[in-house]
Design a protein. Structure first.
Length: 117
């Protein structure tokens, strides 16, 4: 499903217009992206004034307390958490990519010229 298809399925016209306006401000887009993704992994790896990098290694924090014995988590549980967090970041990144691909449909001008003549 394309960004256009999804937008027509779930958004009103005014919501589409606001997203298109949102996409025109790259600083705002990056700020919102940072904030939303920081909520997913809450590791302090998103820094003010720097672009977001989804490949920052935040996985160590998952196992930090387990290695200190403060939290009882098996390697399997840590792996499941890591996979779930990675999937969440990928889905959010995908959503932002689709938002960036949204565009106004091109209006074709009707021609009064008869090409059959």
């Amino acid at each position: 499903m394309s960004a256009q298809d999804l937008s027509h399925e779930i958004l009103t016209e005014i919501e589409v217009e606001r997203i298109l306006a949102f996409n025109q401000d790259p600083i705002l887009v990056e700020a919102v992206k940072k904030y939303v993704l920081a909520v997913v992994y809450k590791q302090g790896v998103v820094e003010r004034g720097k672009p977001h990098n989804p490949r920052v290694n935040w996985a160590m924090n998952l196992s930090w307390f387990a290695t200190e014995g403060k939290v009882s988590r098996t390697d399997e549980e840590l792996g499941q958490s890591l996979r779930a967090m990675t999937s969440a970041v990928q889905m959010i990144e995908s959503g932002f990519k689709e938002l960036s691909e949204m565009a106004r449909p091109e209006k074709l001008e009707e021609s009064n010229i008869n090409n059959a003549e």
